[in-house]
Ligand binder design. Structure first.
Ligand code: SAH
Length: 224
């Protein structure tokens, strides 16, 4: 299978369907090999617009959702980004490709910290990121991401990729003023992407498309 041709075909469809608008997100989706983040036996499906199982009852999100969430987050070169819910590591790699582009001078590079609660998935994501060439731009941490990762705060951008009943307060605390957060908020069976911007006057939020994510399990998420 010609994965590169498949990737280009998917990206042009994402543009036509309206999930993808900016040059930076398009470039990142063309650069990151999604086939390296899905289980070996599902590689042929890597460029279908659908979520795929990655083990432990979890999924890698559909490309259209990754595209839309990344557009809403609006990351930039040099940003410090926190992701909650590493899963396969694919979304983290897409974010890294934007904040620390391959080929750009290392001094300009930002960084992605990504938290995963299931240690085996974190280990698998580290391997995926290593193979795809992102291990020096993404740090995978095992823990409860609803508590954020205060060690590296504040962040310019925070993305939550598991469904939460509301935005975990520690994440808003760890967001820089002027920073932005994107998270799927709702009940277990349907959520809406919520964008939150931290301004000097407080937090402004607005809603985007409806989505379906696996639950965010933790102190400020759902209880196991
Ligand atoms: N962004 C991922 C997909 C995320 S699936 C990708 O690109 O593949 C959601 C992930 O969130 C799952 O792996 C799940 O184990 C994890 N998760 C759920 N609750 C969590 C929490 N409190 N902290 C960290 N990770 C969590």
């Amino acid at each position: 299978m010609d994965f590169e041709a498949e990737r280009r075909r998917l990206v042009s469809w994402l543009k036509r369907a309206g999930f993808l608008a900016s040059a930076k997100v398009e470039r990142a989706l063309l650069a990151v090999p999604r086939e390296l983040f899905v289980p070996e036996e599902l590689r042929e499906l890597a460029y279908d617009d659908r979520p795929l199982p990655i083990g432990h009852g979890q999924t890698i999100s559909a490309p259209s959702v990754v595209a839309r969430m990344t557009e809403l987050l609006d990351p930039d070169v040099g940003h410090r980004v926190l992701e909650v819910g590493t899963g396969s590591g694919y979304q983290a790699a897409v974010l890294a490709e934007i904040v620390a582009p391959t080929g750009a001078p290392r001094e300009s590079w930002g960084h992605v910290w990504s938290i995963e609660r299931i240690p085996e998935l974190a280990e698998q994501a580290r391997r995926n990121l290593e193979r795809a060439g992102y291990s020096d731009r993404v740090t995978v941490v095992v823990g409860d991401g609803t508590l954020g990762y205060p060690e590296e705060a504040p962040y310019d951008r925070i993305m939550v990729t598991a469904a939460a009943p509301s935005i975990p307060p520690p994440l808003l605390e760890q967001l820089r003023v002027g920073g932005r957060l994107v998270a799927p908020i709702g009940d277990r069976w349907s959520q809406r992407l919520v964008v939150a911007e931290k301004t000097p006057r407080g937090v402004e939020t607005w809603e985007d498309i409806e989505v379906l994510f696996v639950p965010l399990v933790g102190r400020y998420g759902w209880h196991p």
